[in-house]
Design a protein around this ligand. Structure first.
Ligand SMILES: Nc1ncnc2c1ncn2[C@@H]1O[C@H](COP(=O)(O)OP(=O)(O)OP(=O)(O)O)[C@@H](O)[C@H]1O
Length: 470
């Protein structure tokens, strides 16, 4: 085999070799420090300045040790393994940064027999702007990381879950118990009932509360990206993947809680992988054969009926049984009407705070109207309706008429629906029925009927006129 030196025709060139050794000496003297490792990346020698820089008293104490034992961020092993130099790099040592250069050492046959590293920092003044820029960027990165960590903490605890009903108290009791455990939690409930809020409260009350809370909605991610989103990928793992590795949600949630919303919408092949992570706490990023170990607590939620999904073959039984250890069912808002008043008050307060104004007060007839509505979108819909009604309000009170354009109408879900009717006609028809019944029950007295319907007298007169009943 032809060695590199032979290829370059310098094997017997004494002056060349002398120049090399002299240059090495000069270079070493110019640098802040120099170190050499053998082919096993063990320290073979170190010069005095570097030894002093690292705070090491005697060379004999470190010769033969793995280089990372002394310089944890050293990349000399990479240089030995790849045979490629790293001409310029910035290396962390404690809270200092060194500008370093690393070269492989080759024998006559061109095989790597070790590597040398030089610390250039301080002597090479031209690099100072580069180092300063690096330090500035590093500081900015640390700041963004800190903000992200704060962002990833759960923002809400149990005190943020508003409601006096027995149903919501029971939900909180079960969730508090779940917070004390490490098992997966399954939260069931219609859309907008507060499942994510509950998941945050569970995390905030658990022993993992100093770790991240990472939320991911399985149904919101395009199918071809789901795996990458969950498990991350190595550079070039698939067409369109970035040239840099990317961490998935599982890794981001390490030592914390992963909230997996709409788990009922998850594709079957992903369900298998999820089950494995749940059981073994390991996974492989896309394009990698190296397993990554994590410590993640899963809180899953769905608005679907998972038993039906299992029957239909869309949800794996083994995953269901793994998840269905601690289950919390959040009832829809229409089944806990007592919560409407405190929720409305709290939501109006939050809205006012965000808008920098004083909270609006709900009149009795407005509250009665809200309590009689069926809230298919639950608390989220209540929040939206209140915000939209507030926009139209100029005074300090929100009366029932402010909801005329934002609420479909009073719902009376027990009456049969005539399917050929438009929604407006069906609602008007039901409203007519309800008012007639109330008038009949009140012996024709409009004030008594208005009180029973929990609307104002003037609103009753208005509705009678609009509905053609007066
Ligand atoms: N008990 C509650 N107290 C205060 N706010 C609540 C309560 N329940 C829900 N909310 C609010 O209602 C909105 C919807 O809640 P959340 O996103 O937690 O519902 P969800 O069940 O996870 O919805 P989806 O299933 O659509 O993801 C949020 O703004 C949340 O803060």
């Amino acid at each position: 085999m032809v060695s590199r030196n032979e290829r370059h025709g310098v094997d017997d060139n004494k002056s060349y070799r002398r120049a090399i050794s002299e240059l090495f000496g000069q270079f070493e003297a110019l640098c802040e420090g120099a170190i050499g490792v053998d082919k096993h990346s063990r320290i073979a020698w170190i010069n005095d300045p570097y030894r002093e820089l690292l705070g090491i008293e005697r060379i004999v104490d470190i010769v033969g040790l793995d280089v990372e034992d002394i310089i944890p961020e050293s990349q000399l092993r990479t240089v030995v393994e790849t045979g490629r130099p790293i001409l310029l790099d910035i290396m962390q040592f404690g809270h200092r940064q060194f500008v370093v250069s690393r070269l492989p050492l080759l024998d006559k046959s061109g095989s790597v027999v070790g590597a040398v590293g030089f610390v250039l920092y301080d002597r090479v003044d031209q690099l100072k702007p580069l180092v300063n820029k690096f330090e500035q960027l590093q500081k900015e990165l640390d700041h963004v990381r800190q903000e992200l960590a704060v962002e990833r903490r759960a923002r809400f605890g149990f005190s943020n879950i508003v409601g006096n009903s027995a149903a919501i108290q029971e939900v909180k009791r079960l969730a508090r118990r779940a917070a004390q455990s490490e098992s997966p939690v399954l939260i069931l409930g219609e859309t907008g009932t507060g499942k994510e809020l509950l998941a945050q409260a569970i995390h905030a009350t658990s022993s993992r509360n100093s770790g991240p809370f990472v939320a991911v909605n399985a149904s919101a991610i395009p199918e071809n990206l789901v795996e990458a989103e969950f498990f991350g990928y190595v550079p070039g793992a698939f067409t369109g993947a970035s040239t840099k590795a990317r961490e998935g949600k599982f890794k981001l949630a390490d030592r914390g809680t992963l909230f997996l919303d709409e788990i009922g919408d998850m594709a079957p092949q992903l369900q298998v992988k999820l089950l494995r992570v749940l059981e073994e706490q390991v996974f492989e990023p896309l394009g990698s054969d190296k397993s990554v170990r994590v410590n993640v607590r899963l809180v899953a939620a769905t608005s679907r009926n998972l038993e039906q999904e299992m029957e239909a073959g869309r949800f794996r039984r083994d995953l269901y049984y793994r998840l269905n250890v601690l289950t919390v069912k959040v009832p829809p808002l229409r089944e806990r009407v007592d919560d409407v008043a405190p929720l409305a008050e709290a939501l109006l307060e939050t809205h006012a705070r965000n808008q920098g104004m004083l909270p609006l007060e709900l009149t009795d007839d407005a509250l009665a109207l809200l309590m009689s509505y069926s809230w298919p979108g639950n608390v989220r819909e209540l929040r939206n309706v209140l915000e939209r009604a507030s926009v139209a309000c100029e005074g300090t009170q929100l009366s029932a008429d402010k909801f005329l354009n934002v609420l479909p109408s009073l719902q009376t879900p027990f009456l049969p629906v005539n399917r050929s009717q438009s929604l407006a006609d069906a609602l008007a028809c039901r409203e007519r029925e309800v008012i007639k019944e109330a008038l009949a029950a009140a012996g024709g007295s409009k004030p008594v009927a208005a009180r029973a319907l929990r609307i104002s007298r003037s609103r009753l007169y208005e509705r009678l006129r609009i509905l053609g009943l007066s």
